[in-house]
Design a protein around this ligand. Structure first.
Ligand code: NAD
Ligand code: UD1
Length: 344
């Protein structure tokens, strides 16, 4: 692997875990992040984890001049592009912002990279690019058909990258379709800490278990699933981060565009996750059955076989690991209090 990695969105949840691994592996890491959904102290935390500090630039991925300044100064060999907006509900209310940041921001970045001859790119895509009626498990060949604006921005960027590589075969691109990342870094220093109210299950489960919020609302107990609650493919964020390193190694070997599902291949229901949480941390999180959440699917989970075959990557951590680490991060940094113990 080569020397310098530019990581957009590198102070965010997934990007910070990837930076921790890159730094520990001796790589130079340059982060660009506008801190719209992350904290300015993440670079210091990365230093306390790995003993090496990334270079940090606060900036917007849509700012071509800022990008050119960073890219020309550091000439990264690889760009890992995490920066973006990710709330499905918000994407319906404000689609222009989602297209602007997720699609416009990526195109601005790609133009700058092209200008400086940088053509190795790893993109954070999502399982939401698949069609809602696709048969489970989802393989990379399953029909595509995103059904919300957020998913359509991811699909659009995938298309842009495919077209770019078709026109210039020197591009090496990994499209990584994440399933449901949860959990936190073993140090308790990195985790999912959204700026606003969390929408996702795990942060809400932790808050309900802590008694910081009313009981967890289980959205739908009448789905055609094992126990009636929604089924997802949760994977530990550290496993997900490792998948990026394997993808970079793959790009060393092979030009073109390579698409991989990153999931465990096992679906877990909301009620099963609540049970795993109890087994892991010894707290029975209170919950209450609620109507289905608009836009949710009954179940989806991956076939990660291609990633295992071509990348030698396989998610190793269990649901209990995910819950234990998410809870440790919540206690240290969680939604009620920031990492310094100061009220938000
Ligand atoms: P996150 O919000 O924690 O991280 C994204 C980072 O990008 C944040 O630090 C934010 O401040 C930064 N950012 C946002 N807009 C920016 C801009 N215009 N310029 C520069 N920085 C900007 O999210 P995450 O969970 O770490 O997700 C990372 C990527 O993975 C996103 O592209 C997301 O769409 C994708 N993804 C996430 C999930 C998930 O469940 N978390 C699932 C599938 C795909
Ligand atoms: C959503 C997005 C996905 C995005 C991911 C992470 C959709 C269809 N998908 O996934 O694109 O990548 O968030 O941002 O919106 N649940 C409860 N109670 C809660 C919260 C969630 O029961 O308080 C249930 C949901 O109904 C679902 C499961 O928990 O069955 C997981 O929900 P969530 O963590 O929000 O992720 P997804 O909806 O799968």
């Amino acid at each position: 692997m080569s020397e310098c990695f530019l990581v957009t969105g590198g102070t965010g949840y997934i990007g910070s875990h990837v930076c921790a691994l890159l730094l520990a592996a001796g790589r130079d890491v340059v982060i660009l992040d506008d801190l719209s959904n992350s904290s300015a102290d993440v670079p210091e935390r990365l230093e306390s984890i790995s003993g090496r500090k990334p270079l940090f630039y606060c900036g917007d991925v849509r700012d071509a001049a800022r990008l050119a300044e960073i890219v020309s100064a550091h000439k990264p060999e690889y760009v890992l592009h995490f920066a973006g907006l990710k709330a499905v509900g918000e994407s319906g209310r404000n689609p222009l912002a989602y297209y602007d940041v997720n699609v416009g921001g990526t195109i601005t970045l790609l133009r700058v990279l092209q200008r400086y001859g940088i053509r190795r790119f790893v993109f954070s895509s999502s399982a939401t690019v698949y069609a809602p009626d696709a048969v489970m498990p989802l393989t990379e060949e399953s029909p595509l058909g995103p059904y919300n604006p957020y998913g359509r921005t991811k699909y659009t960027v995938e298309r842009v990258l495919l077209d770019l590589a078709a026109g210039d075969p020197s591009w090496r691109v990994a499209l990584l379709r994440y399933f449901n990342p949860v959990g936190a870094h073993a140090s308790g220093l990195l985790g999912e800490k959204p700026q606003g109210e969390p929408n996702n299950l795990m942060p809400r489960l932790c808050a309900a278990a802590a008694g910081a919020t009313p009981p967890l609302t289980v959205f739908g107990t009448d789905y055609p699933t094992r126990d009636g609650s929604g089924v997802r493919d949760y994977l530990h964020v550290t496993d997900l981060a490792l998948g990026h390193l394997r993808a970079v190694e793959r790009l060393e070997q092979a030009a073109g565009v390579h698409t991989y599902n990153l999931g465990t291949g096992t679906g877990l229901s909301v009620l099963e996750l609540i049970a795993a949480f109890q087994a892991a941390v010894g707290i029975a999180a209170p919950w209450t059955a609620c109507p289905r959440r608009a836009g949710d699917l009954a179940e989806y989970y991956s076939s990660p076989a291609k990633a295992e075959r071509e990348l030698g990557w396989k998610a190793e951590k269990t649901a209990e690991d995910m819950c234990r680490d998410a809870w440790a991060f919540y206690l240290k940094a969680g939604c009620a209090r920031n990492p310094d113990g100061e009220s938000k």
